[in-house]
Structures are given as structure tokens and as C-alpha cells.
Design a protein around this ligand. Structure first.
Ligand code: UDP
Length: 320
């Protein structure tokens, strides 16, 4: 298929692009490089630098595309509470421009990068797709607005779409890994302690109502996420918008992850308990039963050790 990947210079978009190229698809990446890196666009993909608002229509009118995988977005919860307008513009206005360009150019299928943040604080875990959506920050709200936009686009104009709601994405895919200017994610931060770039790992709260007092999350390997995108691409049905949660279905605490980092790297990771981080729910675990049943998705690297090992190999390769 001829595919457009928005946000393909970022972490997840880059890994998915790599997988799509390996599967024989023809890929164009559209990215404004606001957080991505031009050298993260995998070899073999065409690259266009630009925003969704400015460039999506031009790109999609140049060739006949079979589908779009839409990752381009702002994705920092903290920033979204301080500068919500950036989230409404990039995520909502940008996605609207993309959908309009897709409709104008008769692009039939869309896979959208949605998020667990659309659910907010859950009443029950594991979280199923029918759980109430009550986002607790503008980031989650903006992604939920896009999901709603896509549903109406499918109903009114026949788009075939699947949204994948990710939980905690981790690991690396060979040369493609996580490289954020401001790192906030647990595994890259713990690896920075291992490589001596930070003195200690701060545990954000150890008084949560969980067995060891630290927050529990559902980690999914970025390669497994990429598999899910390929399955989704082949499963879209015109006029339907389906939503699937994506996690490994198991919860790991902050201390579990730190222990995995120690085990895999063989290095000590000194920790210190710090205050809770605002907006962190105690437990977020996905039910991925729906995507397993409908699309046959099975995570191939479900353990945190495998995710840490791949992220560590990526970090070491970068350091060299
Ligand atoms: N966390 C932590 N210390 C850090 C970074 C993260 O204790 O330096 C915790 C965070 O509070 C959360 C979990 O690790 O409970 C996962 O955080 P991350 O930012 O990786 O993902 P999120 O769940 O926020 O999407």
C-alpha cells in the first residue's frame, strides 16, 4: 500500500514506519520536527517537513494514498495543563485538517494513535473499551475529541478507521528508540541513572494503594505496538470506526521497573522517594481482549525485561 505516516520522525511513528517498510509498503512521512528528528525517519521512507494544517492536503493530493497512520501530536500531559491551546491546535485542528484532506483525496483508511489518557481515572481495571471516557487533562481531552471526530467522519463519509489506545509504550526497535528533548518516561530516565547522566532515580510517591505503594502501569513493547498497527491497517472497514486498547494486560509497579533495569543492565540504580506527580492514577492496566479476539494480536515481548533490554541496547548504541 502507499501510506502516509504523520509524526514518523518521532519515537512510535518511526518504529511503525520501519515495520511498514519491512512489510513492503511505500511510506511517506509528514512531520514538522517540533519534537521529532529528521535522522529518525527510517531510510527508504520519503520525508516531507510540515504541519498537518499546512502540508497534509498538498501531500495527499500529489499521489493516490491507500491509508494514513496518524501519530503527529503533542503528547506531554504537564505541558497540556499549562498550554492547552497548543493541544487544541495541533491535535484537534491539525487532525481536522488531515481528515478533510483525506476526504478531498478519497483516502479510504486511517489508523489513529489514541491514548489511555482518554479514560482518565478508571472505576475498574483492567480498562475495557466501553469504560467511561473522562480525561483528566487537555492532552487526553484533545485525543478524545479526535476520536469523536473520526467516528463522525466514518459515519457520515464512509472512512474506515481504527483508533489504538496505548498504555505505556516502551523498548526500542534496533536503531529506532525513544529520544525526547525533555525525558519524562520511566525507563529512559532509569537508564540515564545507569549511564551516569542522573545521580538517582526519583520514585514519584510510595504511598499509593498498591502492594508496594508505587504506581502500577501496563507496559507494551513498541514492536508489539507496530504489529498492532499493521493488523489494524488491514482490518479497517469502510464506514466503521473501531477502538482498541493496547497493553500487555499485566501491571508492573515503579519498583518492578527499577528492579528490571538493575537486573538487565547489571548496574545499581540508587532511588529516592519524591512527592507524587500530579495527575498520576494509582493503577492503569488495559484489557486487550478485544484486539486479541478481533485481530489476533499477541504481544511477542510482554516482559518489562525485554523492553528494558531493547531500550538499553538503543541507549548504548547512541552513546557510542
Ligand atoms: N515515574 C517515576 N519516576 C520517574 C518517571 C516516572 O516514579 O522519574 C513513575 C510515574 O509516576 C508513573 C510511572 O512511573 O507512575 C510511569 O510514568 P511514565 O511517565 O513513564 O508514563 P505515564 O504512566 O505517565 O504515561
Amino acid at each position: 500500500m502507499r501510506l502516509l505516516v504523520t509524526g514518523g520522525a518521532g519515537y512510535i511513528g518511526g518504529v511503525v514506519t520501519l515495520h511498514l517498510l519491512k512489510a513492503g509498503h511505500e511510506v511517506t512521512v509528514l512531520d514538522d520536527l517540533s519534537t521529532g528528528h529528521a535522522d529518525s525517519v527510517p531510510d527508504g521512507a520519503a520525508f516531507v517537513e510540515g504541519t498537518l494544517e499546512d502540508a497534509a492536503a498538498a501531500v495527499l493530493s500529489r499521489d493516490q494514498y491507500d491509508g494514513v497512520l496518524h501519530f503527529a501530536a503533542k503528547a506531554l500531559v504537564g505541558e497540556s495543563t499549562q498550554h492547552p491551546e497548543r493541544y487544541w491546535r495541533t491535535n484537534v485542528v491539525g487532525s481536522l485538517a488531515l481528515l478533510e484532506a483525506m476526504r478531498a483525496n478519497a483516502v479510504p483508511r486511517l489508523v489513529f494513535s489514541s491514548t489511555a489518557a482518554t479514560y482518565g481515572e478508571p472505576d475498574e481495571v483492567p480498562i475495557v473499551e466501553t469504560a467511561p471516557t473522562r480525561p483528566t487533562n487537555p492532552y487526553g481531552a484533545s485525543k478524545l475529541a479526535v476520536d469523536m471526530m473520526i467516528t463522525s467522519e466514518a459515519q457520515a463519509h464512509g472512512l474506515g478507521a481504527i483508533s489504538l489506545r496505548y498504555f505505556n509504550v516502551a523498548g526500542a526497535s534496533g536503531p529506532q528508540g525513544e529520544r525526547h528533548a525533555t525525558e519524562t518516561h520511566i525507563i529512559p530516565i532509569a537508564l540515564q541513572v545507569v549511564s551516569g547522566r542522573r545521580p538517582t532515580f526519583g520514585i514519584f510517591g510510595d504511598d499509593y494503594p498498591t502492594p508496594d505503594g508505587t504506581c502500577i502501569r501496563d507496559y507494551v513493547h513498541v514492536d508489539d505496538l507496530a504489529d498492532a498497527h499493521q493488523l489494524a491497517l488491514d482490518a479497517t472497514v469502510p464506514g466503521e470506526h473501531r477502538i482498541y486498547n493496547l497493553g500487555s494486560g499485566a501491571g508492573f509497579s515503579v519498583l518492578d521497573v527499577v528492579e528490571a533495569v538493575r537486573r538487565v543492565t547489571g548496574h545499581p540504580v540508587p532511588t529516592e522517594v519524591q512527592p507524587r506527580r500530579g495527575g498520576d492514577p494509582a493503577v492503569l492496566v488495559a484489557s486487550s481482549a478485544r484486539i486479541r479476539e478481533d485481530l489476533g494480536w499477541v504481544p511477542r515481548k510482554p516482559t518489562v525485561d525485554e523492553m528494558v533490554a531493547d531500550a538499553w541496547a538503543f541507549e548504548q548504541a547512541r552513546a557510542r
